[in-house]
Design a protein. Structure first.
Length: 126
């Protein structure tokens, strides 16, 4: 994942029916899907979009999606300073949903905040 301050670098769409979601988004946008190395293939499928097949997001299988689990689709935005961005989001009326979490040694670190309306936004640094 790469990006500059303020750009969307990744998104996740949480779904209850993975096969139905693959068919819907595949037919609608021409997206292709592949299991992401190191992640549970029953749960996490990266989305390959555009002619170059760039990974830009993922479908996340959540069998409880139909129940109120608090999960929403998440946009991940590149920030310069993760702790400062979390602090600023909270000061602006947001709430911390998930604290600082390392993805892998090379994929960066993120936190998730909810805006005042409850929409979740991932804040990411390389």
């Amino acid at each position: 994942m790469t990006g500059t301050q303020g750009t969307v670098i990744w998104f996740e769409i949480w779904v209850a029916d993975l096969a139905r979601a693959k068919a819907f988004y595949g037919d609608l946008f021409g997206w292709r899907f592949e299991a992401l190395t190191g992640y549970d293939a029953e749960r996490y499928w990266q989305i390959l979009a555009g002619p170059a097949g760039v990974a830009s997001g993922a479908l996340v299988h959540d069998p409880d999606r139909g129940r109120p689990t608090g999960r929403t689709s998440v946009l991940y935005v590149h920030v310069a300073d993760l702790d400062a961005a979390v602090e600023r989001a909270v000061a602006l009326g947001g709430t911390l949903v998930q604290g600082r979490t390392k993805i892998t040694e090379t994929a960066g670190t993120f936190a998730i905040v909810a805006d005042p309306e409850g929409n979740q936004v991932g804040l990411w640094v390389p």
